[in-house]
Design a protein around this ligand. Sequence first.
Ligand SMILES: *Cc1c(COP(=O)(O)O)cnc(C)c1O
Length: 363
Amino acid sequence: MRGGEWRLALSGSRVEIDLVKVEHNARELARLCRRAGVAPVGVTKACCGMPEVGRAMLAGGVEMLADSRLENLRRLRESGIGCELMLLRTTVPGRAGDVVELAEVSLNSAPATLEALSAAAQRFGRKHRVIIMVELGDLREGFLPEEVVPAVGRAADLPGLDIVGLGTNLGCLSGVVPTADSFRALARLADEITRKVGIEPSIISGGGTGCLAVLRHGKAPGRLNQLRMGEGVLLGTETVGRTRIPGLYHDAFRIVAEIIEVGRKPSVPPGDRGMRMRAIAALGEQDVAAGALTCELPGAELVGASSDHLVLDVTDCPKLPRVGEEVTFIPGYAALVRAMTSPYLAKVVVSGGLGQVRSWGCG
Ligand SMILES: *Cc1c(COP(=O)(O)O)cnc(C)c1O
């Protein structure tokens, strides 16, 4: 959505964002972290680095904002947000200049990119802080534990870089449950680095939200002292167990769509449940991951979605929706990411009943 199109936003299909709820979630999670001596970092990537969301996280008490994409960091920076920014996804050597320009600290696992970051930092006359990622079972980014000490040894010799810590990412790709042992292993690696390389990686950084589970009785395992959280702040849930975190809002984001058809349709397989009342919402796979939506209309059952049509079985609804009316959905993480990225859905801030339209989409 660009330019004059925004005027349609309050009637078309859209994402409604309650920043008061995002701030509340950030405050609760930041408090949990701080009590355990852990610095909370707010991850904005599922919202494409939307500055209002970043500000709400900061108001709730996160220390720093982090995003996986340079475009999103630029957006946060250009909105005037002054906090330190972290780049989560390591980049290619060719974009090292952007990293140094936009982020104070980055997570890294590629030697060639570290060398390019060093060159860029010298060019800018800055120190760039680096957290070295360690792969501890999620099978995503990071050096293997046995590779870490030599890798840090080489990185420590690169001018312009400060190797400030070790990090790991758990529970994102493989669903490996984060445990205290992972962070004790990082602490041991940090000690070994201090002995053999002579630098002290003082930050032990964990993520994502699922790592909250390792904070027990207000204590963090190993020397874990930083936690990067996105899903928990935005949706009040965590990925590993797909559980709701008590005391947080789960509906800070709502997807609103208009009903474009209501009628009788035979059930599938034909005749299995007789004729059913079906409603079609103006929403599709181009806007959301329909499998990750919960419909708020009482009695409605989500049948499926194609690129532009989302079909609901409304036979058992106490009150049938009518064409032109709106239905709302609570997005899961995959649905939120796609909705925030879809150029077709307006992003509307509704905190305090304001209905302030933000026309920005990633597309
Ligand atoms: C996405 C991401 C996070 C945040 O994960 P959530 O599950 O959304 O809390 C943290 N760290 C890294 C490196 C990430 O890519």
